[in-house]
Design a protein around this ligand. Structure first.
Ligand code: PEP
Ligand code: MN
Length: 338
């Protein structure tokens, strides 16, 4: 349930409600909006008599949260959430752009790419050090050495580092070198991993599982939020359908639909979503037109030579062109890109 505080409720009154909620065996999430503060009481509240909370000082109303996900729900927070890491801003008026190679390969590749995407206007650098590959014989990533190269690229450019963490044992290590933890599509329902990233002070980019419904995805986000980490970005990266012309099918109605259901920002990945370089710029532009809060795009100095996903990577001039086109659309919509 949501305990809606009165507009002028004091901090003490909010803390009192928090304590009461905890005493009832529920988790209390305090959400401060521009209009008013609410306390989301999450857990099994079937036996809780709402009257007992209703009469507490500073309480305006008590309403049930109807959605299966609670803290992620728009019912709890009307204003959109903006997630920030260094200069990367995702949500609200800002469309954050994260770009870089599928995998970190070597120092020259990652530093050169970081410089090029920064020059074109990106504020986040992507690059996998731990790679979830379909085949165990494919390149698995440089692991900690890759993280060190990302750290170096950040020192050179100031870009926020976005990189995947695949298992609970690696959360502390990956968090040490990065600014945003990516939970990959294959791990969207790895609940122990979701709990672990919910406990560290790093924003999380949660990719949609290729066979997951939107409710399952929002409930996965709820696992992270429920551990106390409020900085979750949802990333639509395409789902599996009968269609084989594209690597996945990229459903852009996801963007406005999620904006109705959740306050969390929505990022689109047109690279994995299409699997073809020539489709990426158009789908990036369409994602912005659909209202996305961020883009994550694969960029490589020489896609032909990439160790993974070269067929869907842009080279530097292609990324620069994409940014120019996307900026026109973002500006027309009154939003900033970068
Ligand atoms: C990636 O971003 O390189 C990646 C592996 O993405 P996904 O988890 O969406 O397949
Ligand atoms: Mn990739």
């Amino acid at each position: 349930m949501i305990i809606v505080m009165e507009k002028n409720a004091s901090d003490d009154q909010v803390s009192h409600i928090e304590q009461r909620v905890r005493d009832l065996g529920l988790k209390a999430h305090v959400i401060r909006g521009t209009e008013r503060t609410v306390v989301a009481a999450v857990g099994d509240d079937r036996k809780v008599a709402r009257e007992s909370l209703e009469s507490a000082p500073g309480v305006a109303d008590i309403v049930p949260i109807l959605a299966p996900y609670k803290v992620a729900s728009r019912e709890v927070k009307k204003e959109p959430t903006q997630v920030c890491a260094l200069n990367l801003k995702v949500g609200g008026n800002s469309i954050g752009v994260i770009a870089g190679p599928c995998s970190v390969e070597n120092e020259e590749q990652i530093v050169q790419t970081a410089r090029a995407v920064k020059a074109a206007g990106a504020t986040g650098l992507r690059g996998g050090a731990f790679k979830p590959r379909t085949s165990p014989y494919s390149f698995q990533g440089l692991k900690e050495d890759g993280l060190k190269l990302l750290d170096l690229a950040r020192q050179e450019t100031g870009l926020a580092i976005v990189t995947e963490v695949m298992s609970t044992e690696d959360v502390e290590l990956v968090a040490r070198y990065s600014d945003v933890l990516q939970v990959g599509a294959r791990n969207m329902q790895n609940y122990r991993l979701l709990e672990a990233v919910g406990k560290v002070p790093r924003p999380v980019l949660l990719k949609r599982g290729p066979a997951s419904s939107i409710d399952e995805w929002l409930l996965a986000a709820e696992y992270i939020l429920n551990e106390g980490n409020p900085n979750v970005m949802l990333c639509e990266r395409g789902i599996r359908t009968f269609e084989t012309h594209t690597r996945y099918t990229l459903p852009l109605a996801t963007v406005p639909y999620l904006h109705r259901k959740t306050h969390l920002p929505v990022v689109v990945d047109p690279s994995h979503g299409t699997g073809h370089t020539y489709l990426v710029p158009d789908m990036a532009a369409a994602s912005i037109a659909a209202g996305c809060d961020g883009l994550i795009v694969e960029v490589h100095p020489n896609p032909e030579k990439a160790m993974s996903d070269g067929y869907q990577s842009l080279d530097f001039p292609q990324f620069d062109d994409m940014m120019t086109r996307c900026r026109v659309i973002a500006t027309a919509l009154g939003r900033t890109l970068g």
